[in-house]
Design a protein around this ligand. Sequence first.
Ligand SMILES: Nc1ncnc2c1ncn2[C@@H]1O[C@H](COP(=O)(O)OP(=O)(O)OP(=O)(O)O)[C@@H](O)[C@H]1O
Ligand SMILES: [Mg+2]
Length: 249
Amino acid sequence: MSGEPAVRLQVDRVSHSYGQLEVLRNLSLEVLDGEFVAVVGPSGCGKTTLLNLLSRFDRPSAGLIEVNGQTRTVYQKDGLFPWQTVWENIALGLRRTKDKKEQERQVKELISLIRLEGFENSYPYQLSGGMRQRVELARALAGTSEVLLLDEPFSALDYLTRLRMRLELARILKERPRTVVLVTHDIEEAAQLADRIIVLSEAPAQIRFELSITAIRPRDPTHEEVVRAVHRVLTELGVESGSGEYANA
Ligand SMILES: Nc1ncnc2c1ncn2[C@@H]1O[C@H](COP(=O)(O)OP(=O)(O)OP(=O)(O)O)[C@@H](O)[C@H]1O
Ligand SMILES: [Mg+2]
């Protein structure tokens, strides 16, 4: 065997339309085992659509999607059940674990991982937005799935909470490694977290360009490589002052 990491997700010449509306066009993408890929692109370009195809919630109109393993998704909109407590919401992620004692042990461990000890019996409405997102993460990390699909998980949070959540996510992934696809319109978030940033064009979305970031996580927003990556993406998108459309940074 070679030392090459396995391909975990494969998107091969995928196109997707909703009726007349063409959303994705001939998209190809490979995500390696353990890789953290961020997908950024304008609103409505098809990012959630792509995640829905990766989670097998939907099938592509054309092309192939291969997912080697189980996926768990954190959705763009609040995905917790409001009538269930923190404990119950997380336990839902472990419903396949039949052994009750083992389930209990794991929920406890996850609650400690997201630092919400003492809130086991709270309902989502009793938590702050950042706490709710941590519960969502814990639920998605419960069990043995290999792939984490994150759809703008922090976009509803204020800037400081977002900064904290990025560090939390990096910390949590160190303890529970996963292959991650993070959809976001926040370029700084992408640069702080991802090994690779994929920039999509307007719908019908195609990959406009991509770039890799090698600095170890957690990374501060002011980390040299993060700043450089943000600058590079903004320049490519033509929204950095002094740069034109498609300027070569
Ligand atoms: N189930 C659906 N039926 C019909 N059209 C849809 C459906 N889901 C999405 N669309 C359309 O497909 C396009 C892409 O939607 P999608 O939700 O994938 O975009 P997005 O990149 O996630 O946007 P945002 O950043 O705003 O979340 C939009 O024009 C949307 O209206
Ligand atoms: Mg979306």
